[in-house]
Design a binder for this molecule. Structure first.
Ligand code: TRP
Ligand code: ZN
Length: 461
């Protein structure tokens, strides 16, 4: 009796208020990545970010405004962005002030009214604070990393929320515009094309626009004292280069020499994999070797020192494999690093160095106790293993072993199809295995079990 009454009552209420607020629920605060479960957020799809940052060099503090345009994918009562170590001053949703709270890397935003599924909305976040690098499980640093003359800005796997509120997941690519304000005379380099550079009152704002969808971890805004120039690559592709002025004449010359090869490397990989995926390219060569790694920021790799040619080829290869065809979950990192390493070897062969098979043989000669054989390439279980040698070297060897197994024509077709079909999307190891089997017409699960899923040195495959 009572039950019936309640049901009737709630039905009446629901009819009386068609957009009953009760139907709106909070977006998930994380997407449950096995390594970084709080990364990313549910309930919306970010489409575009307008990022404006004013970096105060003396205080190493930044003030930012980010306008995110997004589409709700559920009826939202609240939603989250990822932001680390910075303080929010105000939030507006669709132009109206919204409530917010911060805990850990979660910025929770509660608009005054719910956001309907399917509708586009804007979130404007004003924030600021001192730039403090994010420390990774492997103890490397990332995010907004202050340098003596500016900042080295890199985001893989979780550094971008260290300088901007963002849906920090490779599964939600978006376009970006960056207006980075630095003291006059300093250079700020972000992703995409340089739109303008405006100096006003002792400060210069560098406006960059990335019109191709980008995973958040590939965003950059590295700044400091740089020699900066634009050249063109294949088909008139704009190539923007920046080299730290702190380097001495020998390093400057070495940087020029290696950066001058970018066009040829892009041409070669475009022939091999399919057209270069972006509207611009280039390199940022910072004097920041305390960082300890380079990163394939979209269209514009960040180097923490003057790179060698192998490293430049590696970061350029990531533009296809990693940046365009992107892992959907971090334990699949070999889909980025194994492919970029194989491509790096392939460029080395093209440039007259050892062949890819020579590289395979050289590494295969390592004893079973070598660290390159473990952990297994795919399905890592520890985030501290993301950038260990097995994801790079054994991952690349797996691809070379596949090439020998299926033959070069089928292997090339596999790589081309992997790019063509995965372009601007996210993928999994299972997708790759399925594609390799489809294109080659072979049953490859024992092969992949050996190379990808088993620890130790493969003996037969
Ligand atoms: N993806 C980079 C490369 O191989 C390497 C990298 C990114 C890295 N983030 C890192 C290495 C953190 C060590 C620690 O080009
Ligand atoms: Zn890499």
């Amino acid at each position: 009796m009572r039950r019936v009454f309640t049901a009737v009552l709630s039905l009446t209420v629901a009819l009386a208020i068609p957009s009953a607020a009760a139907a709106f629920s909070p977006g998930a605060p994380g997407l449950g990545d096995p390594f970084f479960p709080d990364q990313g957020n549910g309930g919306y799809d970010a489409l575009h970010y307008d990022v404006a940052i004013d970096y105060r060099y003396d205080a190493q503090s930044l003030r930012g405004t980010v306008l995110m345009t997004a589409r709700a994918t559920q009826d939202l009562s609240s939603f989250n962005l990822d932001l680390r170590g910075l303080q929010v001053r105000s939030v507006r949703v669709n132009g109206r002030f919204a409530d917010r709270s911060q805990a850990g890397q979660e910025l929770t935003i509660t608009p005054s009214g719910g956001l309907r599924a399917g509708r586009t909305f804007t979130a404007l976040v004003e924030y600021g604070g001192t730039a403090t690098p994010v420390v990774d499980p492997d103890e490397s640093i990332e995010g907004w990393i202050p340098t003596p003359d500016g900042a080295f800005v890199v985001g893989e796997p979780q550094g971008t929320p260290g300088w901007m509120p963002v849906n920090d997941t490779p599964r939600d690519k978006a376009t970006y515009a960056f207006a980075i304000t630095v003291p006059k005379g300093k250079t700020a380099v972000a992703n995409g094309k340089l739109v303008s550079k405006v100096t006003l009152g002792g400060k210069t704002t560098w406006l960059w626009k990335e019109d191709d969808p980008m995973a958040s971890y590939l965003a950059t805004a590295t700044n400091g004292d740089f020699r900066f120039w634009k050249t063109t690559g294949p088909g008139g592709l704009p190539i923007y280069n920046a080299v730290d002025t702190a380097f001495g004449p020998e390093d400057q010359a070495a940087a020029d020499e290696v950066l001058a090869k970018q066009g040829d490397i892009i041409t070669f990989f475009s022939g091999l994999f399919g057209p270069y995926p972006y509207a611009s390219a280039g390199a940022i060569v910072d004097d920041a070797d305390f960082v300890g790694y380079a990163l394939e920021s979209q269209g514009r790799a960040n180097y923490d020192r003057v790179p060698d040619e192998d490293t430049v080829a590696h970061e350029i290869a990531h533009q296809w494999f990693g940046n365009s065809v992107t892992l959907g979950s971090w334990p699949d990192i070999w889909l980025n690093e194994g492919f970029a390493t194989w491509a790096e070897w392939r460029w080395g062969e093209e440039a007259g160095g050892p062949t890819v098979q020579d590289q395979f043989d050289r590494f295969y000669a390592r004893p079973p106790t070598s660290s390159i054989w473990s952990p297994p390439v795919a399905g890592l279980t520890d985030p501290a293993d993301l950038f260990t040698s097995s994801t790079y070297i054994k991952g690349a060897m797996a691809l070379q072993a596949l090439r020998v197994k299926v033959g070069d024509p089928a292997f090339t077709q596999i790589l081309r199809a992997w790019f063509a079909e995965g372009r601007a999307q996210t993928v999994t190891t299972a997708d790759f295995i399925a594609l390799a089997e489809r294109v080659s017409g072979q049953e490859l699960s024992p092969f992949f079990d050996t190379w990808l899923f088993t620890a130790g040195k493969p003996v037969s495959w």
